[in-house]
Design a protein around this ligand. Structure first.
Ligand code: PEP
Ligand code: MN
Length: 363
């Protein structure tokens, strides 16, 4: 998997940004008036850096509002002219992408259903090749990091360096409080394999309802994500798509006021010194933990040899369940999370059984 890809920081294509990248605008552009009124209100807030508006809408079932189509690009051009905000929309095939580029859009994003299809992503990549458009890649509908990375690689291989990944949540199986459940593990893994890639969060499509936007947005900042895409509409309850999750520009401002923005560093020597001190204590404890695990391994092996001499099985269920109960109880008295203790001892035990069976099968 490629890791060293050189993606531009957001500041490269948005020089006046002062962190984080906030993108807002309607789920769908509906009328010229709705587009411009929403955009003008958003543009008054210096925290909004990009205006979004869906023109071609990927709807799960036919018969819902599928967007106004190409006419919406003209409204986006008007927004750009009148507010100065860069503008973007979702593209789902080569034709959308050509039209969006011809209309001078600054940003195009690939929606979750499209990211899941390498043919579609390649088709879009072939059109953006040689341009300096910003391409945002939403996660695929299923939590498959390889598919997400693959889509980003296709865009990168087309020569695009202004790329942003968007965590918009994953299709749930059964009922959840979220419309698309967030999976931070997938985001952490994407960050690990592509450390330079800016990643933002789309709380609107994760939440599906306004009430959850604050919680998800704050979590995104706590996780170190570089920005948010939040849907807004002058009259959310009358929106033709995603009415329950959109907010008015005024409510967006209130939401932003409440959020605590976190940074990778505090730019404060006192903070750095104290953090270094605490981290060196963690390092010392981790090394003690590993030494203790190594002493445990020695005893596990000795037991393995002893069991072998006496023809006794490596796995002994009653001992295992007693051990687990005992460790979970000790963990509780030490205020450790029960699931964590269980998973930890499952791993330790699994490896002990593996070592003992290896001893038994040798010679
Ligand atoms: C959207 O941003 O409005 C949207 C539909 O996103 P996605 O395609 O990722 O669901
Ligand atoms: Mn939407």
């Amino acid at each position: 998997m490629s890791t060293n890809i050189e993606i531009n920081p957001i500041k490269e294509w948005l020089p006046h940004i002062n962190n984080p990248l906030l993108i807002s605008g309607p789920c769908s552009l509906e009328t010229e008036q709705q587009t411009l009124e929403t955009a003008k209100l958003l543009a008054k807030d210096p925290r909004v850096f990009v205006f979004r508006g869906g023109v071609w809408k990927p709807r799960t079932r036919p018969g819902s509002f599928e967007g106004v189509g190409s006419i919406g690009l003209k409204w986006l051009q008007m927004v750009k002219k009148e507010t100065g905000l860069p503008v973007g929309t979702e593209v789902a095939n080569a034709q959308h992408t050509e039209e969006a580029l011809n209309a001078g859009l600054d940003v195009v994003w690939i929606g979750a259903r499209s990211t899941a299809s390498p043919f579609v992503v390649q088709e879009i990549a072939d059109v953006v090749k040689g341009t300096n458009v910003v391409v945002m890649v939403k996660n695929p509908v299923n939590p498959d990091v390889q598919l997400w990375v693959g889509a980003i690689e296709r865009i990168y291989q087309a020569g695009i360096k202004n790329i942003v990944a968007i965590h918009r949540g994953f299709t749930p199986f059964g009922d959840t409080v979220y419309r698309n459940y967030p999976n931070w593990k997938t985001v952490i893994e994407l960050r690990r394999v592509m450390p330079n890639l800016p990643i933002i969060c789309d709380p609107s499509h994760i939440a599906g309802k306004r009430e959850l936007l604050y919680e998800i947005s704050q979590k995104a900042f706590d996780m170190g994500m570089e920005g948010l895409m939040l849907e807004s509409h002058i009259d959310p309850s009358c929106a033709l798509s995603d009415a329950a999750q959109q907010v008015t520009p005024a409510d967006l401002a209130k939401l932003l006021d409440k959020l605590v923005i976190r940074h990778q560093t505090a730019n404060n020597p006192e903070f750095e010194t104290r953090l270094d001190m605490l981290r060196s204590r963690i390092d010392a404890i981790d090394s003690e933990l590993l030494e203790m695990l190594s002493s445990r391994v020695e005893i596990v092996k000795e037991i393995g040899r002893y069991k072998k001499e006496n023809n006794v099985t490596a796995l002994q269920i009653s001992r295992w369940s007693q051990l687990m109960d005992n460790r979970v109880n000790i963990g509780k008295t030490l205020d450790l999370n029960e699931t964590f203790v269980k998973i930890l001892f499952q791993l330790i035990h699994e490896d002990s059984v593996r070592m003992q069976t290896e001893i038994m099968d040798s010679e």
